[in-house]
Design a protein. Structure first.
Length: 175
């Protein structure tokens, strides 16, 4: 009976991946971190909302509607709520009188997504240059990001243990 309970407690991911050879990985996961990360991030518009909040400093509902052609107000409201519940953004209310102004800001957790968005942009700039650039020429990361952006990528990916430095850079990049 104990064996049956252990099998029932074992996750599907662990069961399907436990005998596979690891490549680039040092640990085995109980659940797939990619799948769990894509929970809210994998929903349509979520990464574009985070992109606009971080890279373009668009922080109000109506401004987001303008920068995200094709998104409906209902979907935007839903995604903002989901991103807030996931701890990626927070609602910042300005002026307590009418009309109340609501702005959205990235949390520390949301700022941690920005380097991933930057890498997706770099991927697109390299492999989809014909679609993203008028001259159709691929770009290197150094051509895409300013010194703060490159610094953020270096700190986030190469010195991940130095979280204090990343927090300092994130604070500088926050609106």
């Amino acid at each position: 009976m104990v064996v049956v309970q252990e099998i029932a407690l074992e996750s599907e991911f662990r069961r399907t991946h436990k005998n596979l050879e690891l490549r680039f990985l040092k640990v085995r996961f109980a659940e797939c971190p990619v799948k769990t990360s894509l929970g809210v991030l994998g929903k349509k518009w979520a990464l574009m909302i985070l992109r606009d909040l971080s890279a373009y400093k668009v922080d109000r509902f109506n401004h987001l509607l303008k920068t995200l052609p094709g998104i409906t107000p209902r979907v935007l409201a839903t995604r903002l709520k989901e991103l807030e519940e996931a701890g990626l953004i927070e609602r910042v209310e300005r002026r307590k009188s009418q009309p109340m102004i609501v702005r959205w800001a990235l949390t520390e957790k949301g700022l941690d997504v920005f380097p991933i968005i930057m890498l997706l942009a770099a991927y697109g700039a390299k492999w989809d240059a014909d679609l993203v650039f008028d001259d159709k020429k691929p770009r290197k990361m150094e051509e895409l990001f300013d010194s703060d952006g490159m610094d953020l990528l270096r700190r986030y990916f190469f010195w991940a243990n130095e979280r204090a430095e990343t927090k300092e850079t994130n604070a500088r990049l926050s609106p």
